[in-house]
Write a protein that binds this ligand. Structure first.
Ligand code: MF3
Ligand code: CO
Ligand code: CO
Length: 281
């Protein structure tokens, strides 16, 4: 989400972040699995020759058929179910008549509401023959999310996440987008805290069991600044370098984390099925 969209201070106090109970975990588990199911469905559909609007139609129909709600439809005037962000698009690409071509890398982001709970997740999909540098960026971005997830511990701090992601991504000579961040969620889409993907260890609010938020690093091959296209949504890298992103919705447990949006079919990394996920715990 856009850094200033919810007017939340960056360094929100720990006691301003909602603590959810077991019913919350149960609700998020169902919503997270619903969202991940949509991304699983799109693994076979995101291919050469397909327009992004077609993917949006498939996703919307699947969601409505299950009695779920596509959270993005009507959100701040957005009209689509998915965000489809291709190549140098950082996030919030609007599905339309753009046809996927061999060599494209596309992030598909979906948020589904089930029984009032929001499941928010995204993955990268490589189309046809993907150039080596684009494949490398997607692998680095995937690993950035895994390291972010692995850094979350009750008693730790929000800054640990950004630190884990930033130190890794920058060591790979990539940059971490600053203008968009992860966010608290639960029975609202975008809640406190803002989860920035850069930062320092031990900074920010203390992490406590029952907190729910997304981690959704956007990593660029070039520099981090972004700009918004005239449609008011599509965020692109200023230098037109390639950008990638993965997103999970998680909850903090007594011992670590639960990842609500793991792929039910094990299709965690459509861009590179060889990679193994961190499963939380
Ligand atoms: N799913 C995005 C996020 O991770 C939000 C998209 S809002 C939309 O926060 F309106 F652009 F769809
Ligand atoms: Co999100
Ligand atoms: Co999202």
């Amino acid at each position: 989400m856009y850094m200033s969209a919810n007017n939340l201070p960056l360094n929100v106090a720990s006691d301003k972040i909602k603590i959810h109970d077991q019913a919350g975990f149960a609700g998020m588990r169902v919503a997270g699995q619903a969202a991940a199911e949509v991304l699983d469905l799109l693994v076979g559909e995101a291919k050469e020759g397909v327009a992004t609007e077609h993917l949006d139609n498939i996703a919307r129909e699947y969601i409505l058929d299950h009695g779920w709600i596509p959270a993005c439809v009507g959100y701040r005037g957005y009209e689509k179910t998915l965000c489809t962000s291709i190549n140098h698009v950082v996030c919030h690409g609007i599905p339309g008549d753009r046809v996927l071509r061999s060599g494209d890398i596309v992030n598909i982001d979906v948020t589904v509401i089930v029984d009032g709970w929001f499941g928010d997740t995204s993955r990268m999909y490589g189309i046809g023959e993907v150039p080596r540098k684009a494949q490398r960026l997607m692998d680095i971005t995937w690993e950035s999310l895994q390291r972010g997830l692995a850094s979350v511990k009750p008693g730790g701090h929000l800054g640990d996440i950004g630190h884990a992601i930033q130190t890794y991504a920058e060591a790979q000579h990539c940059s971490v987008v600053r203008d968009f961040c992860g966010h608290g969620l639960g029975q609202v889409f975008h809640d406190a805290p803002n989860v920035v993907h850069y930062g320092k260890k031990n900074e920010g609010p203390e992490l406590r069991p029952g907190m729910f938020f997304t981690i959704e690093p956007m990593i660029n091959l070039g520099k981090w600044p972004t700009t918004i296209l005239p449609d008011g949504w599509t965020a692109v890298t200023k230098d037109r370098s390639l950008s990638a992103q993965f997103e999970h919705s998680i909850g903090i447990t007594e011992t670590g984390i639960e990842i609500f949006t793991l792929s039910p079919k094990g299709l965690h990394t459509p861009h590179n099925p060889e990679l193994k996920p961190f499963l939380g715990g």
